[in-house]
Design a protein around this ligand. Structure first.
Ligand code: FES
Length: 377
């Protein structure tokens, strides 16, 4: 083995960057280690322990997300000890709270029965709202375990839905803390924290107040970070299944930052928005406008025909009439007062392409740089 910065993972030798964790080195080399609490870019907390690996010579399994790679380290990511530990963690999580997807109850059944149960549960309205888009469910499938091994512990905290955007279902919370890190370290809003202790632990806003009465700005970063169904956008909860949507990548039109986002589209309608992770400039983050401000797209109140104002009142007009009138008036103003007497104000409620055309029209046709945009909801 060469002198420095070499680590052996599953029998293969890899170089690591100084300061890199075992998880980072593994992922860079396409070795899959499952994680739940790990949030890229935030301080590793080692909260969930699902990422444990076996390090030769170490007394206990190590959380790979929080353990720095070291020269000469010999690591096994799926050894029998590791797999057994992960199975136990998943079983404990599944028995804590309400995880009523098909994986709960699969331990004692054969594979056919398990599949039949999945099929039946799949069409049930009782299912978790993020069925099919849940990291805990993924892991339960991967390691073939359920929540039957331990007695189920009920959650005492009721669902909180007294705000327009986010439903907090504490019965599905696995206390991984990703939402807390997303709020405090990524968005730096400091609105939520771990509260209470032991079995009563809960993610709370200051004073355990509802989010709407807290410092929360409803950026929704916590929802995107939640690996389970504890934090879900209110409008899609139980209305849209993740599998029913297709994702379309676009650039947010609200301001000039150019945040990259996915529109989740069902039946031609945008039903949800998420940030594109690992991509500049926003690396997955969005503000309240970008994430939740899309109802206007399908609003029945949208104007569908041009309006012309006469004697202080609007009347409907044809496109030809409206365009002729606009061209005539703009031409007259430009002729009499010059192009810089005209300003073009575009909108956050039109497409990026339409905004582009509007500025092109202002600069190339009207010959003015007086172009602005409302940038607001
Ligand atoms: Fe490493 Fe949770 S992902 S401890």
């Amino acid at each position: 083995m060469s002198e420095q910065h070499q680590i052996i993972i599953n029998g293969n030798e890899f170089s690591y960057e100084p300061g890199e964790t075992i998880l980072e080195t593994a992922r860079r080399n396409h070795i899959d280690i499952p994680t739940l609490c790990y949030l890229k870019g935030a301080t590793p907390t080692g909260e969930c322990r699902i990422c444990v690996v076996e390090v030769e010579g170490a007394r206990t399994l190590a959380a790979s997300c929080a353990t720095p790679a070291a020269n000469g380290m010999i690591v096994r990511t799926e050894s029998p000890k590791v797999v057994e530990a992960r199975r136990l963690i998943i079983q404990l999580m599944l028995s804590s709270g309400n995880h009523n997807c098909a994986v709960r109850g699969s331990d004692s059944k054969d594979w056919t029965q398990f599949q039949l149960d999945v099929h039946q549960a799949d069409s049930s309205s009782e299912l978790c709202p993020v069925w099919g888009d849940c990291r805990l469910q993924d892991l339960a499938y991967r390691y073939q375990v359920s929540g039957e091994r331990f007695p189920k512990t009920e959650t005492v905290y009721p669902i909180e839905s007294v705000n327009p955007f986010i439903v907090r279902d504490f019965s599905r919370c696995i206390l991984c803390g990703r939402c807390v890190q997303a709020c405090n370290e990524v968005q730096v809003n400091n609105a939520i924290h771990f509260g209470y202790r032991g079995a009563s632990t809960k993610i709370i806003a200051a004073g355990d107040r509802p989010l709407k009465d807290s410092d929360c700005v409803f950026c929704g970063e916590c929802v995107q970070a939640c690996p389970v169904g504890a934090l879900v956008e209110k409008d899609v909860r139980y209305r849209v299944r993740p599998r029913d949507t297709k994702k379309v990548r676009t650039t947010c039109g609200y301001c000039g930052v150019g945040c990259q986002m996915f529109l989740h589209v069902k039946d031609g309608k945008v039903v949800k928005v998420t940030g594109v992770e690992d991509v500049a400039p926003n690396y997955g983050s969005l503000c309240v406008k970008g994430r939740f401000g899309f109802d206007f797209i399908s609003s029945p109140e949208r104007l569908t025909v041009p309006l012309i104002k006469e004697n202080g009142k609007f009347r409907e007009a044809s496109w030809d009439e409206a365009l002729d009138l606009t061209a005539k008036k703009l031409g007259e103003i430009k002729e009499q007062h010059g192009p810089d007497s005209i300003g073009v104000l575009t909108s956050a409620r039109i497409t990026n392409e339409e905004n582009y055309i509007a500025q092109k029209f202002a600069r190339a046709v009207l010959k003015t740089n007086n172009v602005d945009h409302c940038a607001r909801l």
